[in-house]
Write a protein that binds this ligand. Structure first.
Ligand SMILES: NC(=O)c1ccc[n+]([C@@H]2O[C@H](COP(=O)([O-])OP(=O)(O)OC[C@H]3O[C@@H](n4cnc5c(N)ncnc54)[C@H](OP(=O)(O)O)[C@@H]3O)[C@@H](O)[C@H]2O)c1
Length: 247
């Protein structure tokens, strides 16, 4: 049964499926009321909210393109109106489009910068002044920051930018009792990783980790739950690579 004694509220971006879905499910299980943000997949988001409620948790869906600062502000206002405030922000929404720097076009660059970099900036800009005392901000980076494989240039650049903002905001929030950290997953079994990859490439990437398997969304949700909960209180301004040991 969920722990109903903890009334804290978590806003998880990109939570309709994949890693974000697992994070919302896990935080709800740990007693958080969760706001399930998504871009367009209403059916998946509603299904997840219903399953959380069936398990005795509390969840609300919130459609908003994280790249749109006005839409993000409306979502934040609505969450505050419904639940009185937000304690934990998980910046999980993201897209990955692979191409060499020579071949990638402007649309590939602009869309990843808008969603992966401006998105977390939009939510952190609000969180910096409106997250409740004792709050936590958890950003999703990637272990490609460090691996730097060919074709990941723009994607890795957006995630390196997220890591930079993580370090800076942790310091800017001095005195607020709010921590800011990032989790950097390695290959994790979701649509973002699997779609469009030949099985041979998936097999090679699966063997990269000494633990010899792909990450599962729940592996990443476990790390987020640690940072969001009491045991993570002293971790601040850090990037934790959750990747089975690939780097
Ligand atoms: N999977 C991996 O191997 C891996 C590794 C390292 C880091 N990561 C990072 O982990 C995060 C989650 O990835 P994932 O693998 O779970 O991806 P995923 O399965 O493709 O899910 C992406 C989620 O982001 C949402 N989203 C996309 N664009 C959005 C926008 N503009 N505004 C709001 N929500 C948006 C999607 O909503 P809809 O359903 O409505 O489209 C969906 O909920 C990303 O930041 C990714 O970069 C993933």
């Amino acid at each position: 049964m969920p722990d109903q004694t903890n009334p804290r509220v978590a806003l998880v971006t990109g939570a309709s499926r994949g890693i974000g879905g697992a994070i919302a499910t896990r935080l709800a299980k740990n007693g958080f009321t969760v706001v399930i943000n998504y871009a367009g997949n209403t059916a998946e988001a509603e299904k997840l909210a219903a399953s959380i409620e069936e398990a005795g948790g509390r969840a609300l869906t919130a459609q908003a393109d994280v790249a749109d600062s006005a839409a993000v502000a409306r979502m934040w206002d609505a969450a505050e109106a419904s639940f009185g405030g937000i304690d934990v922000l998980v910046n999980n929404a993201g897209v990955m489009k692979l191409a060499t720097i020579a071949e990638g076009d402007d649309a590939l660059f602009d869309s990843q910068v808008a969603i992966n970099l401006k998105g977390p900036r939009n939510t952190m800009k609000l969180a910096a002044t409106r997250l409740r005392e004792g709050g936590r901000i958890i950003n999703l980076s990637s272990s490609v920051v460090g691996l730097y494989q060919p074709t990941y240039g723009v994607y890795a650049a957006t995630k390196a930018g997220v890591e930079a903002m993580t370090h800076v905001l942790a310091k800017e929030l001095r005195g607020r009792n709010i921590t800011v950290n990032a989790i950097a997953p390695g290959p994790t079994a979701t649509a973002l990783f699997l779609d469009g990859k030949p099985q041979s490439v998936v097999d090679n990437l699966t063997k990269l980790a000494p633990l010899e398997r792909l990450g599962q969304p729940e592996d990443i949700a476990n790390a987020v739950a640690f940072l969001a909960g009491p045991d993570g209180a002293w971790i601040n301004g850090q990037v934790i690579r959750a990747n089975g040991g690939i780097i």
